[in-house]
Design a protein around this ligand. Structure first.
Ligand code: FES
Length: 110
């Protein structure tokens, strides 16, 4: 089947908001300080709206040990940001300039 569908967003970001209890064997992104990172991302997108970029809060993205994780479609690029500066760089370089931030890209493994 050949479907040609319009792009709804140029970039759609899924950020993991999963929180598990302390000591859980899988850990979680929220346990790894994801909240301030995703807060920063939302702030950046709110402060300078990019109409073709959407952020969605995601449940577990299945690679918990690698967290905090976010994945950007349509490329399917996985990022593991650690600081607010990392988030700022992703927004500026990837979402505004169209250049993924190679140093923050990971290939997640279980
Ligand atoms: S808890 Fe974030 S990837 Fe599983």
């Amino acid at each position: 089947m050949d479907l040609e569908l319009p792009m709804v967003f140029k970039y759609h970001v899924f950020a993991c908001f999963t929180k598990r209890p302390a000591g859980h064997p899988r850990g979680s992104c929220m346990e790894k300080n994801a909240q301030p990172l995703w807060d920063r991302l939302q702030q950046k997108l709110d402060a300078k709206p990019l109409p073709d970029v959407n952020m969605s809060a995601s449940g577990c993205l299945s690679f918990c040990r690698a967290g905090p994780l976010m994945v950007v479609y349509p490329e399917g690029i996985w990022y593991r940001p650690e600081t607010s500066d990392d988030i700022d760089e992703i927004v500026q370089s990837h979402f505004i300039e169209g250049k993924p931030v190679e140093r923050l890209i990971i290939i997640p493994q279980r």
